[in-house]
Design a protein around this ligand. Structure first.
Ligand code: UDP
Length: 382
């Protein structure tokens, strides 16, 4: 990208609120294009919820839940490769059902483990034909599961996990939430479908620190700006990128949007290489926690001892997930109209990322969207 500022025009100034993947990637691209970029971050660290760090035993842990990087986009992977080397993403998940660990998502392996006899593809299709219920266009997560995997698998694997994770009935939750989970007619036990499934070799904090390392980009941590302070910045900069919660930027005037949070509890096992067979075990039907994550399986850290993280869904706490129920989806559209109008002003405000767009984005989707916004900002200044 070529510079957009030269000696005849003053350097364009960009304020970014939030130093997660969205803020940092826009910041980097604009800094490289010659803009003066200031990022403010309310936490005491960068990288948003991708933040990882060694715990007190030296085990690298993902502080805000596991992040399994995957994408279909080779271009995105190439761009990120400027900031990190990669290791293969060993993303394998099992669900605990009646004390047995069965592969997730549902595949021939899962059926074989559940039923205790080998399932062929045609047997599985026959099974699904009997189990599935017909919904032309599933209106909620329960209907999506019943239409997709049928009653039995819904009850065993999805119903209670979803209720626990979201604190509501799957009947109230958007179908798109459980539709994230693939269904397989082969023996592939990987959790995800995307072509590229990789982990940054030295972790996400290292990746995003490298992205942030540019002379035109400065970051101030422990700086929380409220709505009025962000608007006041319009006098000093040429554009603003906002990555915080959408409703907060408008004083929650249409009512609050729901965000789901998590609490993490850690258990260190000294001298153990691993304590579970794969990175993630889901517990749909027992315990208050939804899953245990032993991230060492994917970081491949060479260290004695391992740390297990238990995830407890919570209503209060840092916002992690948009709670996709009808009421909030309608509210979101009203806030989005306001957000769109902010982008049209002289000093535009761009709303980007999971919280600011109230969308259940994966990391690669956030990054692709952020790159588009960076191009839009820079185009506007040419
Ligand atoms: N889900 C489930 N059982 C599982 C795994 C997932 O019911 O064993 C449902 C649940 O509603 C969850 C959603 O599928 O919130 C999406 O799962 P994913 O693994 O993508 O969630 P994330 O890793 O983003 O928390």
């Amino acid at each position: 990208m070529t510079g957009i500022s030269d000696s005849r025009s003053p350097r364009k100034k960009l304020l970014i609120v939030g130093s997660g993947p969205a803020g940092l990637s826009i910041g980097r691209l604009c800094a490289e294009a010659g803009c003066d970029v200031r990022i403010v971050e309310q936490r005491d660290h960068i990288a948003g919820n991708c933040y990882d760090e060694p715990d007190e035993h030296g085990v690298l842990v993902h502080r805000y839940g596991p992040h399994y990087f995957r994408t279909w986009s080779k271009d995105l992977l190439d761009w990120l490769s400027r900031f990190t080397e990669w290791i293969p993403g060993r993303y394998y998940v099992r669900a605990c059902v009646n004390g047995e660990l069965v592969p997730m998502p549902v595949s021939l392996s899962t059926m074989t483990a559940l039923k205790g006899r080998a399932f062929s593809e045609s047997e599985f299709r026959e099974y699904l034909a009997q189990q599935r219920e017909v919904f032309e266009s599933p209106q909620n997560a329960e209907e999506q599961c019943l239409a997709h995997v049928g009653r039995e698998l819904y009850e065993l694997l999805f119903r209670n996990y979803t209720t626990k994770q979201w604190g509501i009935s799957p009947r109230e939750l958007a179908a798109s939430v459980t539709a994230r989970i693939p269904l397989r007619f082969d023996w592939d036990e990987r959790y995800l479908n995307e072509e590229y499934q990789v982990m940054p070799k030295r972790g996400y904090t290292a990746l995003y620190s490298n992205m942030a390392d540019h002379p035109n980009l400065r970051i101030e941590t422990k700086v929380a700006l409220d709505e009025a302070q962000i608007r006041a910045e319009r006098k000093h900069v040429d554009a603003i990128v906002y990555t915080g919660p959408l409703d907060a930027m408008f004083g929650c005037r249409f009512g609050a949007l729901g965000y789901r949070s998590l609490r993490f509890e850690y258990e260190h096992h000294a001298g153990m290489q691993f304590v579970q067979p794969c990175v993630q075990i889901n517990y749909p039907n027992e315990h208050a926690y939804t899953r245990t994550v032993e991230i060492k399986h994917v970081t491949q850290q060479q260290i004695p001892g391992t740390t297990l993280c238990f995830e407890y869904p919570e209503e209060e706490g840092d916002p992690f997930y948009p709670l996709l129920i009808n009421e909030h989806r309608e509210r979101r559209e009203r806030y989005k109209a306001l957000a769109d109008a902010e982008r049209e002003q002289d000093c535009p405000i761009y709303f980007v990322g999971r919280l600011a767009e109230y969308k259940y984005y994966n990391m690669d989707q956030v990054l692709l969207r952020a790159i588009d916004v960076a191009h839009e900002i820079l185009q506007g200044w040419r």
